[in-house]
Every structure is written in structure tokens, then in C-alpha cells.
Design a protein around this ligand. Structure first.
Ligand code: SF4
Length: 95
């Protein structure tokens, strides 16, 4: 049987690099938020949008899942005229 450290290292290698820092934080056992985020992302093969659109309403993590307010936040930012760094990409294209 593999040790905990070996299992963690193996799991870590299987995930996209961008999610490893959050996973490390979760595995230190001091952040339920990081653990929930890591678990939800693993559940849907690391697709943030799939976490947001999760349809398993009976999942115990459903009320706590990350990214659920993402669409609302973007909509509010647009209505307030707040743009992210990449949101204007291609806007100046005149054809
Ligand atoms: S809330 Fe959805 S994405 Fe998160 S663990 Fe449950 S089923 Fe998976």
C-alpha cells in the first residue's frame, strides 16, 4: 500500500499544474475552502465552468462549491463598466 505522501504526489501529478497550489493548500489540512475547490474541480475533470454549472443538487458540497457566482459577478462588472485585462481583447478590430 502506498503511503499518504506517495498518493498525494501521484494525485498531484495527474492534475493540471494550475490547480496544484490549491491542492497543496488543501492537503495541509488548514483550508476547507481549498479542499472544497480541489474536490469539486477533481469531480468535473478540472473544468471550472462545469463546477459552476453543476447539476447534482443533492451533493453535500453543492452549496459550497466555488465559481457559482462567477456569471453574476461578470454581469455586474459589465454593468458597472469594469473590464478585466483580457475582456477587451479584439475589441478594436475594425475588420
Ligand atoms: S458540488 Fe458538484 S462539482 Fe462539487 S463535488 Fe458535488 S457534484 Fe462535484
Amino acid at each position: 500500500m502506498k503511503t499518504r505522501e506517495e498518493q498525494i504526489a501521484e494525485r498531484r501529478e495527474q492534475m493540471p499544474k494550475i490547480h496544484r497550489a490549491n491542492y497543496d493548500k488543501a492537503m495541509k489540512g488548514r483550508s476547507m475552502k481549498a479542499a472544497t475547490k480541489a474536490f469539486c474541480l477533481m469531480c468535473v475533470q478540472w473544468q471550472k465552468e462545469e463546477v459552476r454549472l453543476c447539476t447534482d443538487l443533492a451533493c453535500p458540497l453543492y452549496p459550497y462549491r466555488p465559481y457559482k457566482n462567477r456569471a453574476n459577478r461578470r454581469s455586474k462588472q459589465r454593468s458597472l463598466g469594469v473590464e478585466s485585462e483580457n475582456s477587451g481583447k479584439g475589441d478594436n478590430y475594425a475588420g
